[in-house]
Each structure stands twice: as C-alpha cells, then as structure tokens.
Design a protein around this ligand. Structure first.
Ligand SMILES: Cc1ncc(COP(=O)(O)O)c(C=O)c1O
Length: 420
C-alpha cells in the first residue's frame, strides 16, 4: 500500500506530521494526554466546511428556489454544534420532542424546525405542537385523529403547519437497517416509515379538513448512500416531483419539497463516494423542469455535516495474541462510544494508530473494546503497523451517530467530548 492510499482520509481536519496523527493541526497524542481517553474530538472548521460544500452545490446547481440545509440533529445534537449550524442559517430535522427542545435552546427559531416523528404519541404531539411556527411531518393517515384531538384540546386556535412524509416505494441505505422507504427493507422487514403513495392525497385532504396548514412533502429513503445508489435515488427524486405535481393539480399549494438525508463522507477507503453535487443538481433541475409553484427545496444531511468532523481517541491497554490473531484491547467499548460497527454488520470505520500512522511490516489487527460482547469490535483484522501498549488509536468518522447512539451498557461511561 503506498502512502497516499494509506492516508486517503487526510484533509484539513485530519493530517499526518512525522508519521503522527494531527487533529485540526494539533498532535493527537498531545490532545489525548491532556484530556484523557476515550475522547471524542470534533472539528468546528470541518463542520463549517461541510456545510459550505453543500451550500455551494446548491449555488452551482442554479435555479431561483430557496434552499434549506436542514441538519439532522440525531447525528449529533451537541448544543455547540447546533449553535454553530444555526449561525449559518441551517434548518433543523428533529425526530423527537427532546431534539426539538435542544434545537430551540440552541437558538433555532421554531419556523426552521421540521419535526419528523414515528409512532408519535399524545405526549409527543403536545410537546411538538407547542412551539409556534414549527412544521410537523405526518407519518401516517392513522395518526391524524390523534393529531386533531391534541390540537383541539391544547392548541385550539393554532393553524399548525404540517408536511407529509411519504414513502415513494423505494429506499436505499448502507445496511438493511438503514433503509427507510420501500415496501420492505433489504432483509425483508416491512418498512414502518411514511405514508404509502396511494394514501398521500387523502392525508393532505384530511389535514386541510382538520384545519392544519399543509405546506410540504417529504421523503427520506435511508442513510449512508454509496455511488451505486445514485440511479435509484434519482428515480426517487423523480417520483417525489411527480407526486408534488399531482398534489398541486388537486389544489394543494406546497411551500417546500424536502428530500431527506442519506449522503455523506467516505467511511472506508474502498467506498464509492455518493455524488452529492450531481444529486443536488438533479434535484434542482428536476424541480425546475416540472414548473411547480413551490418556494423551497430542502435536504436533511446528518452524516454529511458531522461524521468526518469527529474522531474517537482510544488507548491500547495491551495487545493480545490468540490463535494467531493480533487483538489490540482498548479502553472503551463500541456500544458506549462508536456503536455503528456493533449495530450494523455493514458499518466500517477507518482506524489509525496516531503514534505510527504508517510503517513497514504491517499486521492484521482486530481492535476490541472492553465490553462483555463478542461483537464489541471497532475493526476486524485491519492492516496497520503493530500496535503497542499505550498507543493512541483514532476511530475516524466518529462525529455523527456515535455519541448520540452511545449507551451506558455494562455500566461504562460515555466519553467526554472536545470541540476544537
Ligand atoms: C428523517 C431523516 N432525515 C435525515 C436523516 C439523516 O440521514 P443521514 O445522516 O444519512 O444524512 C435521517 C437519518 O436517519 C432521518 O431519519
């Protein structure tokens, strides 16, 4: 493996100096020694750069529609990250009353928040109807009577803005568990999200009859797209625009179309990167060609904004050899820090030895955590310089769906985080 291939992930946030990892220009070991491990380190500048990249894709795509980059807070609801993005004019995708509250506390005005719930309860509705100006995404025709009851009881005079999350009949994601549209996921699980195509008109009609204000159509196909997903994703854009046209013909004036999240950075070297710029151009052009009278288009990036702006630093407590395997035992567990590899069989995070990024005589190393679980493995049989006790390892792309998914399993703590 040549140097550039070994360090395919190097960028302004993560780099290498004298074969040691740097994070936002600081030596990773020095950061680990000062703040302790395990430790999440997030890069402010990288998050801003990721936001700017998406914004520029929209500018390059042209068109005169307003564009909304709606941060999927579930990726990482750290208040300082929310504040940072709010300051850029981002919108916000919240999937629980807790996320709505955190976003409001971080300064997001309610009118820039879209709440997209699933299995939405009376308590959820009470909480998310409260901030005046918020938009509430409807997930099911069957949820609407409850919506009306809660609105009539607690918010009688409020004309609540609603959108409809529809299921366009096709979904895409890096794992069957990350596919959120279509009839069934890739492993056969019936997909629970959204309103099926044939019922969308009825939901809009009922929303208007119930006195809600229907303003948008939304879809989210799934997460972690790779290059090969592009044709299917384009087809889903086409379906959404066609559906919006049908709704307009039926007299529903939509303010926005929201195409959800799904695209993101490269998590591992061989991953074919999803062409985000082409995708955004495709959205803008398809919408323009259809001549819809909408005002805005939105996307809801989570991973694309924060995943590659974070790393998890770990310390090797000892290196064990067992039946010929080299196992680097580290001072944290996946479930408590970066759970994706334990949750999704398909998830893979690059792991770098911060003390010796590259070198000769590489060996296959399995990086294992301290939980009582066979699946508690950060990476299996990774080719890297032989690790030693005390080495600092960095798990890359840990800025999203890491701390926000972490649990206290085995009564282990969730690490501290540092934003630099
Ligand atoms: C409704 C919705 N929007 C956006 C996202 C963000 O997805 P990603 O992080 O892949 O961009 C998700 C993730 O699950 C989601 O459920």
């Amino acid at each position: 493996m040549n140097e550039s291939r070994a360090m395919w992930w190097a960028n302004e946030f993560l780099n290498v100096e004298q074969n040691e990892l740097t994070i936002a220009g600081r030596n990773a070991r020095a950061v680990a020694e000062r703040d302790g491990t395990p430790l999440y380190v997030y890069g402010r500048a990288r998050i801003l750069q990721n936001y700017e990249t998406i914004r520029r894709h929209f500018v390059a795509a042209g068109g005169d529609l307003e564009t909304r980059i709606s941060y999927a807070a579930k990726a990482n609801p750290h208040p300082r990250i929310l504040k940072l993005l709010e300051g850029q004019g981002a919108w916000l995708d919240a999937v629980s009353p807790g996320e709505v509250r955190t976003a409001l506390e971080a300064g997001f005005p309610a009118r820039r928040i879209l709440y997209t719930g699933t299995s939405v309860s009376e308590d959820d509705l009470k909480a998310v109807f409260a901030p005046d100006g918020i938009t509430v995404n409807i997930d099911a025709l069957e949820q609407m009577d409850l919506m009306k009851e809660v609105r009539d009881r607690w918010f009688r005079r409020r004309r609540i803005r609603v959108a409809v999350r529809w299921n366009p009949g096709l979904g895409r994601g890096f794992s069957p568990r990350a596919v959120t549209a279509g009839e069934r996921s890739a492993d056969g699980t019936p997909v629970k999200f959204g309103v099926e195509a044939a019922k969308v008109g009825r939901v809009f009609g009922k929303a208007a009859r119930f006195g809600f204000l229907p303003v948008g159509l939304h879809q989210h196909l799934g997460s972690g797209w790779v290059r090969e997903d592009f044709p299917a994703v384009k087809e889903a854009v086409r379906r959404m625009v066609r559906k919006a046209g049908v709704l307009e013909q039926r007299g529903f004036r939509l303010e926005f179309l929201d195409f959800g999240g799904g695209f993101g950075p490269r998590f591992y070297r061989t991953q074919g990167l999803f062409p985000a710029a082409d995708y955004i151009r495709h959205i803008v052009r398809t919408v323009a060609k259809a001549g819809l009278s909408i005002k805005a288009v939105a996307v809801e990036p989570g991973k694309a904004l924060v995943a590659d702006a974070g790393v998890l630093l770990l310390r090797v407590v000892y290196v064990k050899k067992s039946y010929g395997h080299v196992i680097a035992c580290v001072n944290a567990g996946t479930f408590n820090t970066v759970p994706r590899p334990a949750v999704y069989a398909q998830a893979s995070h690059e792991i770098v030895n911060a003390d010796r990024v590259d070198g000769p005589n590489k060996v296959r190393v399995t990086v294992a955590g301290h939980l009582c679980e066979t699946g508690d493995v950060f990476g299996k049989e990774r080719l890297m310089p032989m690790p030693r006790r005390g080495d600092i390892l960095a798990v890359l792309c840990a800025g999203g769906y890491s701390r926000s998914m972490a649990s206290r399993y085995n009564s282990r703590p969730i690490p501290k985080d540092l934003i630099i």
